[in-house]
Design a protein. Structure first.
Lengths: 783, 81, 238
């Protein structure tokens, strides 16, 4: 190769590219001893980045279970695929867009949604649902204390931070809405959580799911020497090229000193790309296709070649460009959105190009498939980069980073000043809890999302424990849920991660669907810190255990490290997305009580723990956080065999059609779960509980796992008990549904009594109220 | 030659976006603000083939027929060479 | 009766309307591409929801210039039935088939939720299966549904009974709270002077199957089919 582009690579340039000197030596070895050219250095730097190479996480991710008889495609492709019967398969995945969403919330979120949608339709699947898991810092002065470091640094969130958190939330929600609504895919909700640790590090994890006929799946794999490589979609600009890698002016003729780093999404273009790609695939002339996401053209070029054990040779001059004077380096590293790379059958290019022309899209041949397993980049006909595909993919560095067991700086026992047994206004507590940000209705958010387009939405956001869609032309439906609990993972990463899997699967089961697959988004701090890596490893162990026991393989996902601001990391936050199959969508179960005079039963997998355990575990509850303003102890225990049996029980009951409703008991415990069952139809409940020596708050608001509230015809209770007993599950009759009022008795004393409308009002109104209450910045700056 | 076209809601039409921005600015402590109206701005780069007069007629027509909706919007434009 | 559903680049409720007409209303239906002038002998045209041309300039602003809209205009002028839903309503206003304009929602945000609309005029081909002052539950999903027109136009619309739907409470009261987007006079849908063109913000195709939350929207499609059959009979009996 000519070395005209080699300007002598300095240690500084290497560092600016985020590479270590050892990694640079490895690059030289992989290139047969020579120094890389500058474009090659850029290519290595993006492909060997944590984001693309998973160099810190790969050794751990290997432990995850990824197979079952239903899994058609596990991790390693653009999305995982599961067989759902009737000749249908579904492709799904969750991905993070955390950092861009902090820098520019609106555009960060739009491009996050755009990226995950492309991952789905690249596989030939039409996206039919999206969901989001969002985490922000506090949005009101209450509950804003940090529990992160020692007690002395427990500080209230400042008005400026609250103001910023409002605008981040509004921007992110607006971005998700703008992209998904225009693209025309229903948003089934997801989850939104608030903790002080996300104040400088919001998490935006986007999930998408698509449907594809089992025999029409497309892969990101090149094949066939001489086949044309076709570039489709938006023109390439200098979007998203990392600032640090732009230091050297010598290799760029660009006049603009400052390059934009924020990518801007164009949902209209993506919609055209979707329709055109699916139509082009129908011609039969497409061999392989991959979207250009992170690391853009670089990633798609080497990965498609590597998967097919061939090479792609591309000419920079042919790449459609939005700006003038772009160098090969910039073109290869650009992260412009809404672009695809595909390989077509030689001689049938015209058929493919015609489809894109019909949709008004740029589609040009930029290269061809070559037999060598190599990525070759030409500029004005001269080779500027030539790298073996494996050097960028399989041979990328893998680190077994040091792990160090870590104890969170919180008390494990109940703090002395907390008296759990104290007499309290428990109705008032329930009202406050229902209005707290993590529990309250997220209607303000999801009402901005089109959740009905495509006319498949059986249970939209806020309607059920999981989102449910029907599949047109089939009896079947699909249910999906996202879950994560960073606070629990902070206290015990392994147990917290198990809970995330269990709760997502339980939510799916509550809707009557059998969980069949999962995707995970793993949000963590800096992996170079041993305790963060330990948290990561523990979380993987927890996910692995839970997925094995609950029979939900992981089919893909993504890892996001370095979620830190000023050295302070987020809670370790694995988010799990679980997908389940409803054999008959008409049997979908909702959480709502339907009418008065029905029996209310609690299904549970285990006995409540003793009073001491309950008090330890109570410190991780929403009640402890919101009402007591404290954090201590451990997450609730979780017995996975019992959880699996519980889910089987509720599925059998749903199949049998004996359930009026089913709702998972989670944040806020039994009292909150019962309240939520009342809201939709304004039906109340009379409940009788016994304390068995536990304090009232633990019984009402404790968050013991593996519990489901169901309602049914009173005459069916004994039959339901029998089915539950067969699975080893307890079914306690709690009471009955009544008009208008929620009343809970504990040991024959009324402890909670309130009109459903009052509780509902607290639950519905609080998010909008918090967001419309802006901290007074004028007085703040003058003070 | 460049034509700069400014489109805004007619004075008789409520502009909720402008209103919201005004409220926010007031809240942030900016004083002396009477009203805020939000609008759109277009930069049309014309090739050299048109005379000033032709260009004006062209821009006027595009603005009236495409860039604005006469039911709710009005426009003005200027040129920059 | 044959329906045609227009497709613009960016339409995204085209398949939903097609499905409802074919599978639920059980009528023949075909897609009509924006670049074609040929309406393929359709008896009714649906201008579906979505974001035609991204709605980047203004909702419906570019779509109105497409070849298919020239044919739709001629079709409407000759008395053909045209139903514009959501973005379709916006396109019909932009192209002058209906008066007024749809502005940004007063709350400035996209709103997706079921709403109640009161039938103000049951004597149109789109509402003949309803009775006057029936309250229908049909979802909306839009950012620009805030109907606006000048006073004279509003007076005309009222006088000619061309206001077909108004946002109301479940009980049929027209209140400010029931108005989801700030529309003038709670207007949710209007028709042309000839009654053959209707624009409405709510999505009837999203309320045509019980498991999706109701079937009130089906009344619109049923009305079209019944009115068309009746008009055919009149012609045949002449």
């Amino acid at each position: 190769m000519t070395t005209s582009a080699t300007l002598g690579i300095t240690p500084e340039l290497i560092r600016e590219h985020g590479l270590t000197l050892d990694e640079f030596e490895k690059i030289k070895t992989l290139l047969g001893g020579r120094e890389p050219t500058v474009p090659e250095l850029g290519i290595f730097s993006v492909m060997w980045s944590e984001h693309c190479s998973y160099k810190s996480s790969r050794v751990h991710l290997k432990r995850l279970p990824t197979c079952s008889r239903r899994v058609l495609q596990g991790p390693g492709e653009n999305a995982g695929i599961v067989d759902i019967g009737d000749g249908w398969a579904c492709a799904f995945k969750i991905e993070s867009h955390n950092h861009p969403s902090f820098i520019e919330p609106f555009q960060g979120a739009t491009t996050g949604v755009g990226g995950i949608l492309r991952d789905i339709f690249t596989m030939g699947a039409r996206p039919v649902a999206v969901m989001d898991s969002l985490r922000f810092g506090p949005i009101s002065a209450r509950g804003g204390r940090k529990f992160l470091a020692d007690a002395d640094s427990n500080v209230a969130t400042s008005p400026a931070e609250i103001h910023r958190n409002h605008s981040i939330l509004e921007g992110v929600v607006g971005g998700i809405a703008s992209y998904g609504n225009c693209f025309g895919v229903p948003n089934l909700g997801g989850e939104t959580k608030f903790e002080p640790c996300y104040s400088g590090n919001p998490l935006v994890n986007a999930f998408a799911l698509g449907l594809v006929r089992k025999d029409q799946i497309f892969y990101a794999k090149a094949a066939g020497e001489g086949n044309p490589v076709i570039y489709v979609g938006a023109k390439t600009g200098r979007d998203g090229i990392h600032g640090a890698t732009m230091a050297s002016e010598e290799f760029s003729q660009a006049s603009e000193a400052k390059r934009p780093n924020v990518q801007v999404g164009d949902p209209f273009l993506e919609k055209l790309l979707l329709e055109a790609c699916l139509e082009a695939m129908q011609t039969g002339a497409v061999v392989g296709i991959q979207d250009m996401g992170a690391a853009g053209l670089t990633c798609s070029t080497c990965e498609m070649g590597a998967r097919g054990r061939v090479g792609l040779e591309i000419e920079m001059d042919m790449v459609p460009q939005r700006e003038t004077g772009m160098s090969a380096y910039e073109i290869m590293l650009s992260e412009s959105q809404e672009r695809m790379l595909l390989v077509a059958q030689k001689g049938r290019e015209e058929e493919v190009l015609r489809v894109f022309q019909k949709w008004g899209l740029d589609a040009v041949q930029i290269g061809r498939v070559i037999p060598e397993n190599t990525m070759r980049v030409l500029e004005h006909g001269k080779v500027v980069a030539e790298i073996p595909n494996e050097a960028l993919t399989d041979d990328a560095p893998v680190y077994k980073r040091p792990l160090e067991r870590w104890e969170p700086p919180v008390a494990r026992e109940v703090p002395e000043h907390i008296q759990l047994g104290m007499t309290r206004d428990l109705t008032g507590d329930l009202k406050n809890l229902l209005a707290s940000p993590n529990i309250c209705s997220k209607r303000w958010i999801w009402q901005q999302y089109d959740h009905m387009v495509q006319t498949n939405t059986v249970e939209g956001p806020g309607a059920g424990d999981a989102g449910v869609i029907r599949i047109k032309g089939s009896q079947r439906g699909l249910a999906m849920a996202l879950d994560g609990n960073g606070r629990w993972c902070y206290l015990d990463p392994r147990l917290g991660a198990m809970h995330a899997v269990a709760e997502a699967a339980r939510n799916v089961a509550c809707s009557g669907a059998t969980p069949v697959g999962a995707t995970n988004c793993l949000n963590f701090g800096n992996p170079e810190k041993a305790h963060i890596m330990w948290q990561f490893s523990q979380v993987i162990d927890g996910i692995t255990r839970a997925c094995e026991e609950l029979d939900v393989p992981i089919t893909g996902g993504n890892v996001s490290f370095y979620n830190e601001t000023l050295g302070e990391g987020i809670y370790p936050t694995p988010v799990l997305g679980v997908v389940g199959i409803l054999e008959d969508e008409r049997k979908a179960v909702r959480p709502d009580f339907r009418e008065a005079g029905r029996a209310i039963v609690l299904l549970r997998a285990s006995e409540p723990g003793d009073a001491i355990d309950a008090a330890f575990e109570f410190g991780s509850s929403e009640y402890a956080k919101e009402i007591l303003g404290e954090l201590w102890g451990y997450p609730p225990q979780l017995e996975l065999k019992g959880e699996a049996a519980l889910q089987k029980t509720v599925l059998e009951l749903a199949q049998a059609g004996v359930l009026d409703s089913a709702h998972d008991c989670s944040e806020g415990g039994l009292a909150v779960a019962l309240s939520e069952c009342c809201f939709q139809n304004g039906v109340g409940a009379k409940i009788e509980l016994s304390s068995s020596d536990l304090t009232a708050v633990c019984v009402l608001f404790g968050e013991d796992a593996s519990r489901i509230v169901i309602s049914c015809d009173p005459s069916l209770v004994s039959a339901i008990k029998q089915i539950a007993a067969k699975h080893g599950i307890e079914a306690d009759l709690l009471g009955e549904t009544v008009p208008d009022v929620l009343e809970i008795k504990l040991d024959n004393k009324v402890v909670i009594s309130a009109p459903v409308s009052l509780l509902h009002g607290a639950y519905e109104g609080s998010l909008q109220k918090a967001l419309s209450t802006e901290p007074d910045l004028a007085t703040m700056s003058s003070g | 030659m460049k034509a700069l076209v400014y489109v805004s809601l007619k004075k008789s039409v409520l502009d909720p976006q402008g209103k919201t921005i005004q409220n926010a600015l007031n809240k942030m402590g900016y004083k002396g603000l009477d009203s805020v109206r939000q609008g759109k701005y277009f930069e049309l780069t014309l090739d050299g083939g048109l005379s000033r007069q032709e260009a004006e007629a062209q821009v006027e027509k595009m603005a009236r027929e495409v860039l604005t909706n006469p039911v709710i919007e009005e426009f003005r434009y200027s040129f920059e060479s | 009766m044959k329906f045609g559903v227009l497709i613009f680049p960016g339409s995204n409720c085209d398949h939903d309307a097609y499905w409802t007409i074919q599978q639920i209303a059980k009528q023949p239906v075909t897609f009509l591409w924006h670049e074609s002038h040929d309406l393929e002998n359709c008896d009714a045209i649906i201008v579906p929801g979505g974001f035609a041309y991204g709605d980047y300039l203004r909702t419906g602003a570019i779509a109105r210039f497409s070849p298919v809209m020239e044919s739709v205009k001629r079709f409407a002028d000759a008395g053909g039935l045209v139903l514009g839903i959501c973005n379709g309503f916006q396109i019909l206003c932009e192209s002058g088939l209906l008066p007024g304009a749809l502005m940004r929602n007063i709350g400035l945000k996209y709103v997706c939720k079921p709403v109640h609309v009161r039938v103000e005029n049951a004597d149109t081909p789109f509402t003949s299966a309803c009775r006057e002052h029936d309250v229908l539950n049909i979802p909306i999903g839009h950012m620009e549904g805030n109907y606006f027109c000048d006073d004279r136009t509003l007076a005309e619309l009222r006088q000619d009974h061309r206001i077909v739907f108004r946002y109301s409470t479940l009980e049929g009261e027209i209140t400010a709270e029931a108005n989801p987007n700030g529309s003038l006079d709670n207007i949710a849908g209007i028709c042309s002077a000839g009654r053959n063109v209707l624009g409405m913000m709510p999505h009837p195709e999203r309320a045509s199957e019980p498991q999706l939350g109701g079937t009130d929207g089906l009344k619109i499609f049923a009305s079209i089919v019944a009115s068309f059959a009746a008009s055919r009979e009149t012609i045949l009996s002449r």
